[in-house]
Design a protein around this ligand. Structure first.
Ligand code: FAD
Ligand code: SF4
Ligand code: SF4
Ligand code: SF4
Ligand code: SF4
Length: 415
């Protein structure tokens, strides 16, 4: 019987899944087992879309279709939890398995604590994540730095600090540090990210720590919850998954790599936040950058913390309608509503029509608020400083009383 904290090397028993999988296909084998055996009703994950730079979300209910999702898409910057909220009825009435990077896992918790996702019905298969690369940056980088046509690349991977491409001619790798120094490489939110092994998920799966003859052919799985332990045990018992004890040196290496990634993220935070300046200079910088805004709403639409039925940015008394760029109040509303819970997923920057570094601004505020109030978003079900109300109840109170103080931070103290 597995338990939280256990670690194993794992791979798919099925040969075809083993071959197709990124590192032995353990994740696909677990998902297939779960779907075939009614542990879940569907699987939410991604598959290659138009090309390898296009990770398309898919919701799969036929286990035979899962094999096509095997493999890692490092240009897959899509965030899956909001899809559950928007299109899968908040997982209220169906059980869903979903692959999650660290930012997905954190977004899942923030949505769950706002009652926008029913976590009881969700199994999170975590993927360790050193970072992802924006599709447009990836194509430019491959063209400029690898001097290769991005359309002839068959596969991309990130391994041992290198971005590696495979073409019919063979492999070519360039150090990510070097690429990032020249403005390519991982998304800037990924450079700042410190959720490299998503232990908020039920299982955390990755290639770090797999050494010896299993290197590249197995996945290192850390059990992070009872739900994860049950799924792992059941898949092994059914013969869908094969496991063995990890090599102790591998565990040590995995720990060292994780720590090195934390240090690198701290370095990037210091650099990127430092470049924003302090106090009024920072405010001016943010106001200048956001003055390009065309009010396309992509930042709100894709932010996992923004879920309100009636968004305050659409209220005429707060943000003058029909004005482009919108008054700075448009952005201030988001900073005040979201910043304490921002999970640095990068969606508001990645999808911004005007390339405004929204995630950088929000994350810089979030880290300062964390220092002030001690609240760290996305790590557990603790409520953020301001979230003392349940939206539906609050809306009823609003309609009964006409009082629009939705977030009353001192409500508890007044009682
Ligand atoms: P497979 O059986 O191949 O299944 C992989 C599953 O992941 C599939 O369901 C697939 O749809 C899903 N998936 C692929 N891309 C994404 C995506 N972008 N978002 C959400 N789901 C996705 N491991 C490390 O130890 N260190 C790392 O630095 C590291 N970085 C990674 C970065 C990214 C962007 C991704 C996606 C994965 C990363 N991994 C990392 C995990 C590793 O690449 C393998 O996914 C893991 O070892 C599982 O291998 P597998 O053969 O068992 O998975
Ligand atoms: Fe991975 Fe973190 Fe980037 Fe999310 S923010 S893609 S978890 S590095
Ligand atoms: Fe993600 Fe941006 Fe929302 Fe933060 S503010 S959680 S980076 S979309
Ligand atoms: Fe809700 Fe504020 Fe986000 Fe609008 S900006 S959706 S009001 S949290
Ligand atoms: Fe403005 Fe960018 Fe948000 Fe669109 S995504 S509303 S351009 S900040």
């Amino acid at each position: 019987m597995s338990a939280k904290g256990d670690m194993v090397y794992a791979w798919a028993a099925d040969d075809a899944i083993h071959q197709k999988g990124e590192c032995g296909g353990a994740v696909t084998a677990l998902l297939t087992y779960a779907l075939e055996n009614g542990v879940v009703d569907g699987v939410l994950t991604v598959k290659k879309g138009y090309d390898i730079y296009d990770a398309t979300p898919v919701f799969i209910t036929d286990p035979a279709e899962l094999a096509q999702t095997a493999g890692s898409l490092h240009c897959g910057t899509v965030l899956l939890p909001k899809i559950i909220k928007k299109y899968l009825d908040n997982a209220r009435n169906m059980k869903i398995a979903v692959t999650v990077k660290g930012c997905d896992a954190k977004a899942m918790y923030e949505l769950a604590k706002r009652e926008q996702i029913n976590l009881d019905n969700v199994i999170m298969i975590g993927l360790n994540c050193g970072g992802s690369v924006s599709p447009v940056v990836a194509r430019n980088m491959i063209q400029d730095k690898f001097e290769t046509d991005p359309d002839v690349v068959i596969k991309e991977e990130i391994d041992k600090g290198q971005f590696i491409i495979e073409t019919a001619e063979g492999h070519k790798g360039i150090s990510i540090d070097d690429l990032e120094e020249e403005g390519y490489g991982r998304r800037s939110n990924c450079q700042r990210c410190k959720t490299k092994i998503p232990r908020q998920a039920d299982l955390a799966c990755g290639n770090w720590g797999v050494i010896g003859e299993k290197a590249g052919k197995a996945t290192f799985v850390e059990v992070c919850s009872e739900k994860g332990a049950d799924l792992l045990d059941a898949a092994v018992k059914a013969g869908a998954l094969v496991t063995e004890a990890p090599i102790p040196k591998g565990i040590e290496i995995r720990g060292k790599v994780e720590n090195a990634m934390f240090k690198l993220a701290d370095k990037y935070r210091a650099k990127q936040f430092g470049e924003l300046g302090e106090g009024k200079d920072r405010l001016k910088f943010i106001m200048d950058e956001t003055s390009r805004c065309i009010k396309c709403y992509q930042c709100i639409e894709n932010c996992p913390i923004c879920y309100c039925v009636e968004c305050s940015t659409k209220k005429a008394h707060l943000v003058t309608p029909g004005q482009v760029p919108p008054p700075f109040m448009f952005h201030l509303i988001r900073y005040s509503h979201i910043s304490d819970s921002c999970v640095n997923c990068g969606q508001c920057e990645e999808l911004c029509a005007m390339d405004i570094p929204n995630a950088l601004f929000m994350h810089s505020i979030q880290t300062e608020m964390q220092e002030m109030f001690g609240f760290e978003p996305g790590v557990n079900m603790d409520l953020p400083v301001l979230a003392l109300v349940e939206e539906q109840t609050e809306r009823k109170r609003l309609s009964d009383t006409g009082d629009d103080q939705i977030y009353n931070i001192f409500a508890k103290d007044k009682k």
